[in-house]
Ligand binder design. Structure first.
Ligand code: SF4
Length: 393
C-alpha cells in the first residue's frame, strides 16, 4: 500500500460565517478538551487497526481542517501531532497543513505550530477589502491578513496559501482586481479561489429568500474567474485545479490525494475517509462523536486490538458505476484532466467507452476536449464544471 493522507477535523470557530455550511460550530468551546482527547483516541485506534492488518503506516500529508484549527490552543495541535508522530510514519517529504484565520496568526502560535512540524499554513483571507470582509461576516480585517502573513513568512514558513472568495454581492470586477493584486503582492506559494455560492440552511440562504440580499451574479463571477486565469498565469502561477493555483511544485499534496482518488483517513466529527477501497464518514455532531468514543472504548484491553470504529455513521453503498463516475469527476477537476500519468490507461479506456455518448456531446458544445493522453475540461468547461459533472452522475 502506498503512503496515505490524514485529515484531522477541528469543528470550532470563533463565529459562524453567514455563507458557511461546513460541519463547524460557534459557542462550543467547552467541548474542546474532550474533543481533542477523542481525536487522539481515534488516531490510536487507526494505528492499531493498520498494525493488525499489516498495512503500511506511512503518511504523505496531514491536513488540519475545519472549522478553524488555528482557533484552539496551539498546545492541542502539538498533542495531536505527537500522537500522529508516535503512531504513524511520516515520510521525509510529508506536507503538514493547518487552516488558519488571519487574526490567529500570533508569534506564539506560529512558533508552536512550527515546533509541531506544521510546514504549510492555509490562511482564510477571503478578501483584501474591509467592506467585503464585513459583507462576508468575517471577524478579521485587511491589516490582519497582511501582518499575519508577513509574520508567518518571517518566522520561516515557506509554504503559505491564501483562500479568497469572489462573486460577493455588490463586488465589481475592479474590487476583485484590487483583492487579487493585494494577494499577489504577498507572493504566496498557493492561492485557492472559490465563487460564492448560497448553501442551504445558511444565514445567506435565509437572507436571499427574504429578499435581503441578491443571489450572486453568475456573469460577473465568470468575468472574475476569467480575469484570475490570465492574471495568475502572468504572475507565474500554474492553474492545476478548477479553484487552485500554485507556484511550480507548491500544489497542495493533500488535496491532490482527493482528486487522484487516493486513500486517506479522516478523524474527527463528520470526517470522511477513503480507505481499503471503501468510503465512509463519522457522525457530524461533536458532542455525539465524543460520547461515542468515550462510551465504547476502542481498545480491547485483552487483545490490544481495535474493536471497531464506533464514530462511523455511514459507509457508502458503493457500486462500480458510482466508483467510476466519482473517480472520473474528481479527475476532471484537475486542469491536466484524467491523464495516463496518474490514472492508468485501462481506466481511461473504460470511461471513454462507458461515457462515449456524453463525452461526444460535451466535446461538441466545447466543454470537454480529448488530447493524445487525456480527457479534460476546456476553459469554458471549467466555468461550467457542474453542468459537465452532472452528465456523469
Ligand atoms: S471560519 Fe471558516 S469554517 Fe468557520 S464558519 Fe467561517 S468559513 Fe466556516
Amino acid at each position: 500500500m502506498e503512503p496515505f493522507s490524514l485529515y484531522i477535523h477541528v469543528p470550532f470557530c470563533r463565529t459562524k460565517c453567514p455563507y458557511c455550511d461546513f460541519n463547524t460550530y460557534e459557542n462550543i468551546e467547552h467541548l474542546i478538551d474532550d474533543y481533542v482527547r477523542s481525536l487522539i483516541y481515534e488516531l490510536i485506534c487507526w494505528s492499531k487497526y493498520i498494525d493488525f492488518n499489516s498495512k503500511n503506516k506511512s503518511i504523505k500529508s496531514v491536513f488540519f481542517g475545519g472549522g478553524t484549527p488555528s482557533y484552539i490552543s496551539a498546545n492541542y495541535i502539538s498533542q495531536i501531532m505527537d500522537t500522529v508522530e508516535k503512531n504513524f510514519n511520516l515520510i521525509d517529504t510529508v506536507e503538514i497543513s493547518l487552516e488558519c484565520n488571519p487574526n490567529d496568526l500570533s508569534q506564539e502560535k506560529i512558533l508552536s505550530w512550527k515546533n509541531s512540524k506544521i510546514n504549510r499554513i492555509s490562511i482564510g483571507a477571503q478578501s483584501f477589502s474591509d467592506k467585503f470582509l464585513r459583507v462576508l461576516g468575517r471577524d478579521h480585517d485587511f491589516t490582519e491578513i497582511s501582518q499575519g502573513f508577513s509574520l508567518a513568512r518571517s518566522l520561516g514558513f515557506n509554504n503559505l496559501s491564501l483562500d479568497l472568495i469572489y462573486g460577493i454581492p455588490g463586488q465589481n470586477i475592479n474590487d476583485w482586481k484590487s483583492t487579487i493584486n493585494q494577494a499577489l503582492k504577498l507572493q504566496p506559494e498557493h492561492i485557492s479561489m472559490y465563487g460564492l455560492t448560497i448553501e442551504k440552511n445558511t444565514k445567506f440562504d435565509w437572507m436571499v429568500t427574504e429578499g435581503l440580499m441578491p443571489n450572486p451574479d453568475s456573469d460577473i463571477a465568470a468575468d472574475m474567474y476569467e480575469y484570475v486565469e490570465k492574471e495568475m498565469y502572468r504572475n507565474g502561477y500554474t492553474h492545476y485545479e478548477i479553484s487552485n493555483w500554485s507556484l511550480p511544485g507548491k500544489e497542495s499534496l493533500h488535496n491532490l490525494t482527493y482528486w487522484y482518488s487516493q486513500e486517506y483517513i479522516g478523524v474527527g466529527a463528520g470526517a470522511h475517509s477513503f480507505f481499503s477501497g471503501i468510503r465512509f464518514w463519522n457522525v457530524n455532531s461533536p458532542n455525539e462523536y465524543i460520547n461515542l468514543l468515550e462510551k465504547d472504548p476502542l481498545i480491547d484491553n485483552n487483545t490490544e486490538i481495535c474493536r471497531g470504529f464506533c464514530a462511523v455513521s455511514e459507509i457508502e453503498d458503493y457500486d462500480d458505476n458510482t466508483r467510476i463516475a466519482d473517480q472520473f469527476i474528481l479527475g476532471l477537476r484537475l486542469v491536466e484532466g484524467v491523464n495516463e500519468s496518474i490514472f492508468n490507461q485501462s481506466f481511461i479506456d473504460l470511461i471513454s467507452k462507458k461515457y462515449k455518448k456524453e463525452i461526444k456531446e460535451l466535446i461538441d458544445i466545447g466543454l470537454l476536449e480529448i488530447t493524445n493522453s487525456s480527457i479534460k475540461l476546456t476553459k469554458r468547461g471549467r466555468l461550467l464544471a457542474n453542468e459537465v459533472f452532472y452528465k456523469f452522475l
